[in-house]
Design a binder for this molecule. Sequence first.
Ligand SMILES: NC(=O)C1=CN([C@@H]2O[C@H](COP(=O)(O)OP(=O)(O)OC[C@H]3O[C@@H](n4cnc5c(N)ncnc54)[C@H](OP(=O)(O)O)[C@@H]3O)[C@@H](O)[C@H]2O)C=CC1
Ligand SMILES: CC(C)(CO)C(=O)C(=O)O
Length: 293
Amino acid sequence: MRVGVIGGGAVGLLAGAYLGRTHDVHMVVRNEEQKDILCREGIWCDAFSAAVFVEAHLYPRLPRDMDVWLVSVKQYDLEEVLSLPLPENGKYLFLQNGMSHLDQLQSLYLDTFAAVVEHGALKVSFNEVAHTGKGRIKAAPFTGSLPDMEELAESLHQEDFPFLVHADAVGMLSEKLVVNAVINPLTALFEQKNRAVKDNPYIRSLGYRLCEEACRTLSLDVQHQWNRVLAIAEQTGGNQSSMWKDLQEGRRTEIDAISGFILDRAREDLPVHQFIVEAVHAMEYEKGVIVDE
Ligand SMILES: NC(=O)C1=CN([C@@H]2O[C@H](COP(=O)(O)OP(=O)(O)OC[C@H]3O[C@@H](n4cnc5c(N)ncnc54)[C@H](OP(=O)(O)O)[C@@H]3O)[C@@H](O)[C@H]2O)C=CC1
Ligand SMILES: CC(C)(CO)C(=O)C(=O)O
C-alpha cells in the first residue's frame, strides 16, 4: 500500500519505520533538513538493525494517490493540516491523544478513522526513533465505515506492530482520555514517572479525584476506569509521560485537548481539572512556551 505519514515526530517515525518494511511509505515533514536526511538515510529505529527506506516530502507538498494517511501531528497542529485541500481519495487515520479533534473531523469531506496509540515512542533525531514501549494501535471508524476500517487494519497489521479494530471511536478515545487526563498532568507537574500515580498516596488521591470528575463528565464507570488508570500507571511505570517530556523539552503540551476537552464538556464545575489546566499552563508559561493571552 501507499502510506502517507504527516508529521515526522516520535509516532510518525515509529509508524514509518515499521510500515516502511512492507509498504511504500511517504513521510511529510515541515523541516527541509529532516526531509533530506529521511530521503538520504531512511529511518533508524532501535528495534531494527538496518535503516528503513522511505520517501519524504516537505509540507505542504503532499504526495498523490496514498491509500491511507496516518496523521501524527500534535492536537494543536491539526487545524493547520486540516486547512489544506487534502486529497479525497484515501483514508485518514488520526493518531492523536485527546478528543478535541473529533469536532474538526466531523465537518471534513474525508473518510476519517481515529486511533489510540499504545506504543511508547521517542524521537531521537530527525531520522532516529526509539521504541520505548511495545503496544498496539487500536483504530475505529469515525466518519469512515467499519468494513473500510477492518480492511485497512488488515493491510497495516504486522505481528510486531499490531493494529486492532474497535467499533466505537468515541468510547475508545474516552477511555484513553481518562488515562491521559489523570496520568499526564500529574506526572508533568510533579516531575514523576507514571508509577507515582499508583505509588505516591498524595498523587494517587489527586488522580482519583481527576478520574472521578472525568468519568462523571464522560458518563463512564469510575471504579472500572480507575482500575484501568492504575493498571496503566503500573505497566508504563518507568515511563515519562508525554506531557512531562513536552514540558521538560520546552514544548507546548496537549493539556487543552485532554483536560480542557473534559472541562468544555462538563455540565458542572470540575475544580480539580480547573486547577490542573491552569497549573500546566503556568508551567508552559514559565518555560516560555506560551505567552500571556
Ligand atoms: N510519543 C508517544 O509515545 C505517543 C504519542 N501519542 C500521540 O501522538 C501524537 C503525536 O505525538 P508525537 O509523535 O509524540 O509528537 P511529536 O511532537 O514528536 O511529533 C509531532 C510532529 O508533527 C510535526 N508537525 C507539526 N505540524 C506539521 C505540519 N504542518 N506538517 C508536517 N509536520 C508537522 C512536528 O514537526 P516539528 O518537529 O517540525 O515540530 C513533529 O515532528 C500526539 O497527539 C500524542 O499525544 C500517543 C501515544 C504515544
Ligand atoms: C499512557 C501514557 C500515560 C503513557 O505514558 C501516555 O499515553 C502518555 O504519556 O501520553
